[in-house]
Design a protein around this ligand. Structure first.
Ligand SMILES: C[S@@+](CC[C@H](N)C(=O)[O-])C[C@H]1O[C@@H](n2cnc3c(N)ncnc32)[C@H](O)[C@@H]1O
Length: 225
């Protein structure tokens, strides 16, 4: 287990002199894997109520569920070389596994999950509260938003991940256009290749394991503001 210290400004625009020392505990892979198992032992993400499903379809998304494996996310984290300036977003965060693993094993400034299913969103929050109670994560660095990816404010993100395999083409086109409008450089990791739009550049393709498939190509894009 490593202990990282970093200095963070709280709301610098409003209070430039308020410097808060924050201690970010970075857990090693084995310990984090054990904690994740415990946190999720009673959480079932694969089925959701019909009203959740309808809401997601209305937003032209897909409610199909699947996850990146713990090992694959660990590989992605090392590939991304995340640091304390990064703000990581999981677009379609389900029950929050990506968010919690990132929060426990990196020192990113903040990690945010956006999810439209009320059931999955509530489960993610319950897990976050349980993890914070045990001091496995800090609630201040870990946030879940209940809403549509296409309406979310993504302007603070530096890295965005989306397990987009089942998202329809129309949705992917809207998402690509939204991401391309970013005013800051952002890295985007998508399981489905984003449609070509000006302002988005494909920079890499890496094979990663998902809960339903091994070594699937995952696309890395960069915004070019
Ligand atoms: C394949 S799951 C990924 C779960 C999680 N990211 C992981 O890897 O563990 C995709 C998630 O996206 C959510 N979703 C689909 N369309 C959405 C939308 N328009 N806005 C927010 N979430 C959406 C689904 O409900 C589902 O939980």
């Amino acid at each position: 287990m490593q202990l990282f210290t970093r200095t963070a400004y709280s709301e610098p625009q409003q209070n430039p002199f308020s410097i808060v020392m924050m201690f970010v505990m970075i857990r090693d892979k084995a310990e984090a894997r054990k904690i994740m198992k415990q946190l999720y032992k009673d959480v079932w993400a694969y089925t959701i109520p019909r009203r959740d499903d309808l809401r997601i379809r209305k937003a032209s998304g897909s409610s199909l569920y699947g996850e990146i494996t713990f090992g694959a996310l660990d590989k992605l984290i090392r590939y991304l070389d995340l640091d304390d300036q990064d703000v990581f977003y999981d677009l379609g965060s389900g029950v929050g596994k990506v968010v919690h693993q990132i929060a426990m094993t990196t020192n990113v400034k903040r990690v945010v999950g956006v999810e439209l299913s009320a059931t999955r969103f509530k489960d993610a929050q319950k897990v976050r509260d349980a993890a914070a109670k045990e001091k496995w994560i800090s609630k201040a660095r870990c946030k879940f938003e209940h809403g549509d990816i296409l309406k979310a404010d993504l302007s603070k993100a530096t890295v965005l991940y989306t397990c987009s395999t089942a998202f329809p083409m129309t949705f992917m086109m809207k998402l690509a256009k939204k991401l391309a409008e970013s005013k800051r450089p952002q890295r985007i990791i998508s399981l489905q290749e984003l449609p070509q739009v000006p302002g988005l550049k494909l920079i890499d393709k890496i094979p990663l394991d998902m809960s339903w498939v091994r070594q699937t190509p995952v696309y890395v894009f960069e915004t070019q503001p």
